[in-house]
Design a protein around this ligand. Structure first.
Ligand SMILES: *Cc1c(COP(=O)(O)O)cnc(C)c1O
Length: 487
C-alpha cells in the first residue's frame, strides 16, 4: 500500500500566508473589542454552518479558516468588550494570543516527564504560592478552572479525613462539609462528583453582609458530631459570586484548627484581590487555608481557560492522586525524569500547556499591574452602587463591597412584577449590544447583577450602563404593563 503524505501543509509558503492573515484577523478582533456590540445573536446562516454533518473529506486549511472567520469569530460571548459585566468573566488580553500560538507549536503534553513546560507550570504555582502567602512546600496545578480545583481539593481532603478512601471508599462514614448558603454551586457539585453527595455539604445561613454566620456554623458542626457525622471540611468564600462578600477567613481558620477540619477557600476571583494592597487585608486568614482554588481566566484576564488549585503541603496531593502504573514510572534521567509529575497530583493524565498563557500574562503585566486593574474594577462597582442608591427609580439590593453591584430599576408607582421587568431589561440590554450584565436572586428578588472583572471597563462605562438600564426599562414598560392588566 502506498503511503499518503503527512498532515503538514503541502504548500508551506501558502500556509504561512494564511496563518499571518488569521493572526491579523485575531488581532483586529481584540483591538476592536470596544467597537462592536457586546453580544450578537448567532445568525441562522452560522447556526446552519455549525450544524453541518461530519466532514469525511477535508476542505483544506483555507476553507476551514474562512468558515471560522465568517461563522465563529464574530459571534463570541463578548467578554472582551468593556461593557461585558455579566456572570464572572475575565476580558482576556492580546498577549494570550502569543502564548497560545507558542503552546500550540510545542504541542506539549503536561501530564509529566522532564521538559520546560513542566517547569513553567511549577514556576506559575510558585509565584501564586508567594502572592497568596502560602508556605514553602505548597504545591498545586494549573487547571481548567475553580470547579476542577475544588474537586481536587476535596479529594485531597477526603483522603486525609478517611485514609484509604481511595481504595475502599468512605463506607458508612458520614463525611460532612460546611460552606455558606451563598457559596458557589461548584462546591455542592464537587460533593456530588466525588461521591459524598451534595447534601453532605451543609449550607450555613449568612448575615446582613452575606457572610457566613460563624455562630450558626459552630452550632451546626456541634449537632452534626452529636448525630454521628464526621465533619471534615470547611469552605470559606474569598468573594461570593452573588454579591462579592468575603467570609471572615480568620475566624474560619480558627474553627478549622479547633475542630480539625480542612479549610478550603473558594477564591475563584476574590483571591486575586490579594494583589491590590488596599483590598488584601480583607483576605486575612486565606493564607492559613489547607487549599485554595482560584481562576486566572477571571481577574487575571488570562484567556480562557485557566485556573489553579494550591495546596498547603504538596504531599497531600501526592497522597490523594499518586499512582503506580508501570508505563508511567519515572526514570532517574532522560525525558522520563522529573518526578513527581502533574499526573501524580491530579485527575488528568494528558494535559495541555495552559500554564504558558498564565506565565506569559503574569510576566507581561506583573502582579502589581493586575492588582491595579482589580482596584479600578472595585471602584467601578462602587460607583454604580452609589448611582443606584442615589436615584429614586433604582434599588440597590445588596452591599457592593467588591466588584459586584446588584441593583434593579424600580420606577416609583410601578405596581407590576419587578422581577419580570428587570429580567426583560437585562435581555434588552444584551440584545441591544450596549452592555451585558446578568441576573441573580437576592433574598428572593431578581437583581440586575453587574460584575466587573474587566480590565477594559472604565468609570464612564458604569454611567453608560446606568442610563441604558433606565432607557431599556422605560422602553419595556408599556408591553409589560399591558400584559399585567387583566382583560
Ligand atoms: C466562577 C466561580 C467558580 C467556578 O469557577 P470556574 O472557573 O467557572 O470553574 C467558583 N466560585 C466562584 C466564587 C466563582 O466566581
Amino acid at each position: 500500500m502506498s503511503e499518503t503524505p503527512n498532515l503538514d501543509p503541502g504548500d508551506w509558503p501558502a500556509f504561512r500566508a494564511l496563518a499571518r492573515r488569521m493572526l491579523e484577523a485575531a488581532l483586529d478582533h481584540m483591538e476592536g473589542a470596544a467597537d462592536r456590540p457586546v453580544w450578537r445573536e448567532t445568525p441562522p446562516e452560522a447556526r446552519a454552518a455549525l450544524s453541518a454533518p461530519a466532514p469525511w473529506e477535508g476542505a483544506g486549511a483555507e476553507a476551514a479558516a474562512e468558515a471560522a472567520l465568517e461563522h465563529i469569530l464574530p459571534f463570541a460571548t463578548g467578554n472582551t468588550h468593556p461593557r461585558f459585566v455579566g456572570w464572572v468573566h475575565g476580558a482576556g488580553t492580546p498577549g494570550g494570543l502569543i502564548a497560545e500560538i507558542l503552546a500550540a507549536a510545542m504541542n506539549a503534553n503536561c501530564g509529566g516527564r522532564d521538559h520546560a513546560a513542566i517547569l513553567v507550570e511549577r514556576q506559575v504555582i510558585e509565584w501564586c504560592r508567594e502572592a497568596f502567602g502560602f508556605p514553602e512546600g505548597a504545591g498545586g496545578l494549573v487547571l481548567s478552572g475553580t470547579s476542577m480545583g475544588t474537586v481536587l481539593a476535596l479529594l485531597a481532603a477526603r483522603e486525609r479525613a478517611a485514609p484509604g478512601a481511595r481504595k475502599q471508599g468512605v463506607g458508612t462514614a458520614r463525611l460532612t462539609g460546611y460552606a455558606s448558603a451563598e457559596s458557589h454551586s461548584c462546591i455542592a457539585r464537587a460533593f456530588d462528583q466525588i461521591g459524598l453527595g451534595a447534601e453532605a455539604l451543609r449550607l450555613i445561613p449568612v448575615d446582613a453582609d452575606f457572610r457566613i454566620r460563624i455562630d450558626l456554623l459552630r452550632e451546626t458542626i456541634r449537632t452534626d458530631r452529636e448525630t454521628g457525622a464526621l465533619p471534615f471540611l470547611l469552605v470559606g468564600a474569598a468573594a461570593t459570586v452573588n454579591t462579592g462578600a468575603t467570609d471572615d477567613l480568620s475566624a474560619l481558620a480558627d474553627i478549622a484548627a479547633e475542630e480539625g477540619l480542612w479549610l478550603h477557600v473558594d477564591g475563584a476571583f476574590g483571591a486575586l484581590a490579594a494583589l491590590a494592597p488596599a483590598l488584601a487585608p480583607r483576605l486575612k486568614g486565606m493564607e492559613r487555608a489547607e487549599s485554595l482554588a482560584f481562576d486566572f481566566h477571571k481577574w487575571a484576564h488570562v484567556n480562557y481557560d485557566a485556573g489553579a488549585v494550591l495546596v498547603r503541603e504538596r504531599s497531600l496531593l501526592l497522597e490523594a492522586f499518586g499512582q503506580g502504573a508501570d508505563y508511567l514510572a519515572g526514570m532517574p534521567r532522560g525525558l522520563g525524569g522529573g518526578k513527581p509529575w502533574p499526573s501524580d497530583m491530579g485527575i488528568e493524565l494528558s494535559r495541555g500547556f495552559r500554564a504558558l498563557k498564565v506565565w506569559f500574562a503574569l510576566k507581561e503585566h506583573g502582579l502589581n499591574r493586575i492588582g491595579e486593574k482589580i482596584a479600578e474594577n472595585v471602584a467601578c462597582a462602587a460607583r454604580l452602587a452609589r448611582l443606584a442608591e442615589a436615584a429614586e427609580d433604582f434599588e440597590l439590593l445588596a452591599p457592593a463591597p467588591l466588584n459586584i453591584a446588584c441593583l434593579r430599576w424600580a420606577p416609583p408607582g410601578f405596581t407590576g412584577d419587578l422581577d419580570s421587568l428587570n429580567r426583560e431589561i437585562v435581555m434588552r440590554l444584551q440584545e441591544s449590544g450596549v452592555a451585558a450584565p446578568s441576573t441573580t436572586m437576592i433574598r428572593g428578588r431578581l437583581a440586575i447583577r453587574v460584575n466587573v472583572t474587566n480590565h477594559r471597563t472604565r468609570a464612564e462605562d458604569m454611567d453608560i450602563l446606568f442610563e441604558a438600564i433606565r432607557r431599556e426599562g422605560k422602553a419595556a414598560l408599556p408591553p409589560l404593563a399591558t400584559r399585567a392588566r387583566p382583560g
